[in-house]
Ligand binder design. Sequence first.
Ligand code: FPP
Length: 231
Amino acid sequence: MELVKIPAHVGIIMDGNGRWAEARGKKRSFGHREGSKMVDKIVTYAFKRGVRALTLYAFSSENWARPQEEVDALMDLLATYFKKFIKKVEKNNVKLVVVGGRDRLSDSLKKIIEDGERATKDNTEHILNIALNYGGRQEIVHAVNSLIKDGEEVTVDSISSRLYTAESGEPDLIIRTGGELRISNFLLYQSAYSELYFTDVLWPDFDEVELDKALESFSQRKRRFGKVTNA
Ligand code: FPP
C-alpha cells in the first residue's frame, strides 16, 4: 500500500489482552503473552514502514492495582522482551528507552533495563520507547520538578525538553486498540496535536494489516495544528 504520509512517531495503547484471553477461556496472563508476540511483529513492521519512533504503553502507574499474579506475569514478559532485545542489538539500529518511574521496579528488572539502554544508546535509526510504570501526569510533574531543581524557567518548550520521550518528538499518531475511547494518562503533554485512531480490535489481534489501516487513516488526515492552512 502506498501511503502519502508516514507518521514519524507513533504511540500505541495496547489494550484488550485480558478480554482476548477470557474469550478463549484462558487466564489474562495468557493474553499478555500473546500480546507480547504481537509487540515483536508490530515493532518490526512499523520500523520497516518508515516510522522513526514508537512509544508502547506496556504498564501504567495504575496497573500495580491488578492482581499480583498478573503484575508478576507482565513484569516477567517485559524482562524477557528486554533480554531478547539486547541479544538482537547487533542486527538492528534501534535505541531502547524505558519511560516511567523506576522506583517500584525490581532490582533485576532495573538492571536488565539499564543493560538494554546502555547497549543501544548510540543507535540512531529508530527509537523504541517502552512506557513502564508510566503516567502522563506524573511525567509532567517530574519534568517541571526537574526544571525547578535546575533553576530553569518553566515554559512550554522547557517542559517538552524534560519529558521522557523528548528525543522522539511528539507523537503524530496515537493508536488505541480494544475499543475504549480514552487516553488513560498516556503521553498527555505530548499528544496536544496528535491524531487519534481507535479500533475495536484487541491487541493480540492487531497485526500488520491492522497497523496498515491505522497508517492509511493517518495518511488521510489534514493536520492544521490550530492554524487554518494544512500542514
Ligand atoms: C491492556 O490489556 C494491556 C496491558 C495492561 C499490558 C500490555 C502488555 C503487553 C502487550 C505485553 C508486554 C509488553 C511488552 C512491551 C513486551 P488489558 O489487560 O487491560 O485488557 P482488557 O482491557 O481486555 O482487560
